[in-house]
Design a protein around this ligand. Structure first.
Ligand SMILES: Cc1ncc(COP(=O)(O)O)c(C=O)c1O
Length: 347
């Protein structure tokens, strides 16, 4: 006898193991912290908050600020503690989940946990969008298609015209195309025009990367009101804590720190790609995100060699088609120098 639903026999925890290292380049975080003056502003406001009171049901005060910032109707904005929770809610709501292989693992993880039928279409050669295969999969009964753009974990960017075709296919078939823009700031791309007049397209964004707020756990959905209503109904009530709301509102009040950080990351990404271009054993793939996927002869050997020099990266060789691959987040200039020096000597 088991108290749990039979499909949970297959469920596994998110594939992440904490490892301590001097230089942490394994989670695509911002290498720079949230600005000190904004932290100070937040701390003052936290002291004035009534900690005994529940926050608003759906962080409505934060939502209004965010809707203004994004130029999106408030009824289509949903906040949650990390965009992962929005992915979970969408997977729970979906009759089926479709993604690409490889892709950010939680699309599959959340579908399996929710007991929602899941399938994946392999990426096209060169990590391209498998447009024809996705379109033909969408001829079946409608479900939810998760597509990260820039793509994770490859760092590739899909062509705007291909995404537009996919969006039109979703409109015609009743699928929901969820474009996960966790890394869009580093690419300078924006899926809002695709979603604005098409209720079959929704966008996921997060404060975890370019906003320097990975520890605060806030992501959001920009969608049609009907999609937002379904997701809100599946989220736990009052799930954005009051202190989180204070941090996010402070960020939205003074968002000017984001663009210079993004510029620094882009410059460092260029430097890392140039530094890896002549590597005798490794191939670095082009990236428009804040991380780079690198193919090595042996991912474990490369990972171990980097860790021995105090550098933590992420192995990606468990994904289909990514044999030998590791992924490195773009760090500070000093961190990237240390990475390039260690990489030059790594197997
Ligand atoms: C493509 C993609 N989507 C979503 C997430 C989750 O972001 P959050 O921190 O908002 O849960 C990540 C995190 O690394 C990601 O890479």
């Amino acid at each position: 006898m088991d108290p749990f639903k039979p499909h949970l026999a297959e469920v596994a925890d998110y594939p992440y193991a904490k490892v301590d290292a001097a230089i942490k380049l394994d989670q695509n975080e911002s290498p720079e912290d949230f600005p000190a003056e904004l932290k100070a502003r937040v701390l003052t406001r936290l002291a004035a908050l009534h900690w005994n009171r529940y926050p608003e049901l759906h962080a409505d005060d934060v939502r209004a600020d965010l809707a203004r910032h994004e130029g999106w109707p408030e009824a289509g904005v949903v906040l949650s503690p990390g965009s992962n929770l929005l992915i979970m809610a969408l997977s729970q709501a979906a009759t089926s989940v479709l993604d690409t292989s490889p892709a950010f693992p939680y699309y599959k993880g959340s579908a399996v946990a929710a007991g929602t039928p899941y399938r994946a279409v392999p990426l096209a050669p060169g990590f391209g969008l498998p447009l024809a295969a996705l379109r033909s999969a969408m001829d079946g009964p409608p479900g939810v298609l998760f597509l990260p753009n820039p793509h994770a974990p490859t760092g590739a960017l899909f062509a705007a015209g291909d995404l537009a075709r996919l969006a039109e296919k979703a409109r015609a078939t009743g699928w929901l195309l969820v474009i996960d823009e966790a890394y869009h700031a580093f690419a300078g791309t924006d899926a809002r025009p695709l979603a604005r007049d098409n209720p079959s397209v929704a966008i996921l964004r997060t404060f975890s990367k370019s906003w320097c707020l990975g520890g605060i756990r806030t992501g959001y959905l920009l969608a049609a009101p009907r999609v937002a209503a379904v997701v809100k109904a599946l989220l736990p009530p009052f799930c954005i804590p009051a202190h989180t709301g204070v941090v996010i509102r402070a960020a939205l009040e003074a968002p000017g720190y984001v663009a210079p950080l993004v510029e620094r990351i882009r410059g460092e990404r260029k430097r890392l790609l140039a530094g890896l271009a002549d590597h005798p054993r490794w191939t670095a793939y082009p990236s428009v995100a804040n991380f780079i996927l690198v193919r090595t002869p042996d991912a474990k050997a490369a990972y171990d060699a980097l860790l021995a020099r105090g550098l933590l990266v992420r192995r990606q060789d468990h994904y289909a088609g990514l044999t030998g691959c590791i992924r490195v987040s773009v760090g500070t200039r000093a961190e990237n120098d240390a990475f390039l020096a260690a990489a030059a000597e790594a197997p």
